[in-house]
Design a binder for this molecule. Sequence first.
Ligand code: NAD
Length: 361
Amino acid sequence: MTKKVLVLPGDGIGPEIIAQATKVLDYLNASLSLGLEFTRALVGGASIDEAGVPLTDQTLDLAKQSDAILLGAVGGTKWDTLDMAIRPEKGLLGLRSGLELFANLRPAILYPQLAEASSLRPEIVAGLDILIVRELTGGIYFGQPRGIQPLEDGSREGFNTYRYSESEIRRIGRIAFESARKRNNQVCSVDKANVLEVTVLWREVMDQLAPEYPDVTLSHMYVDNAAMQLVKAPKQFDVIVTGNMFGDILSDEAAMLTGSIGMLPSASLNSSGQGMYEPCHGSAPDIAGQDLANPLATILSAAMMLRYSLQQEEAAQRIEKAVSKVLDQGYRTADIVGSGDITKVGTNAMGDAVLAALKSA
Ligand code: NAD
């Protein structure tokens, strides 16, 4: 059966890194007869230049009709002076809300070959493999009422509302349990149930879901402890599920454990399994067009796309093994050079090395 993939290269290094990921996908599509059909469109600054807006209705429609979207990155100094409402980043927000992408999946994987890139001791982080599942469209970032208002004494107060409905908690919980089944069958739900009623409900709903997944072990942790445990003993975690704000903070903390932003993929999913896949980093205008960007985060995002939206687990694993192999072979882009017997390569050569590793597997 044909599956539709919308490719949105975006701005800055976006087109360069996407070219490496599509190289890998084209090969797997042909050799494993995956039946993938690719369409390309503009987003972000590239779309502003062409159509005056960061996301056109046509591109949003194409996205809605696709099974998955592979995105490079958006943004750059050229568009920084534009009005907030039509900045490149609004294109991403438009895609997230238009497709109701409520679940953000961010793996923090530290390949043993890159252990010295972390600021933590290698024995604490080598082999780290955590998946953070963050609720993306609710919680305190979106809760109403919100605002800044005057007080009777002439000063002002600011306020936000932290709310989650049972159905919002249940749907993100299900994503976490299902994801754990594709990994090591452990979910740690992170909350602040000792202080916040909304997370008392969060904990109750997670407990209600657990019996539906008897093969998965559920544990709970307060967010302050989770922040500490992530730097003390991060390898204790498999899947962490949490709300929007806690997830925002913990996923950045976990990403930094790996020490290399050029290696980190991400996925944002909706309830029908449709997803948008992109590297965690931005468009890196400082190195754009110089064949310096690390394409591995984007190539690994393509692997996540095959796993979570296209049901091609074998192809996903083949990509991940190929990435591990090129690291074993010593290939490094400038951001992950480190010491030892390595071969420094550019964006294109790194893509070629992954392709060669796939072909020789
Ligand atoms: P950035 O992630 O683009 O860059 C931060 C630093 O990391 C830079 O020094 C860059 O050279 C380096 N870097 C990033 N990706 C790399 C890669 N693959 N290989 C090697 N080095 C890499 O963040 P920034 O500089 O804060 O933002 C630049 C632009 O990207 C801004 O316009 C910002 O709004 C946008 N942005 C977009 C996204 C997105 O598209 N999802 C996310 C974050 C930032």
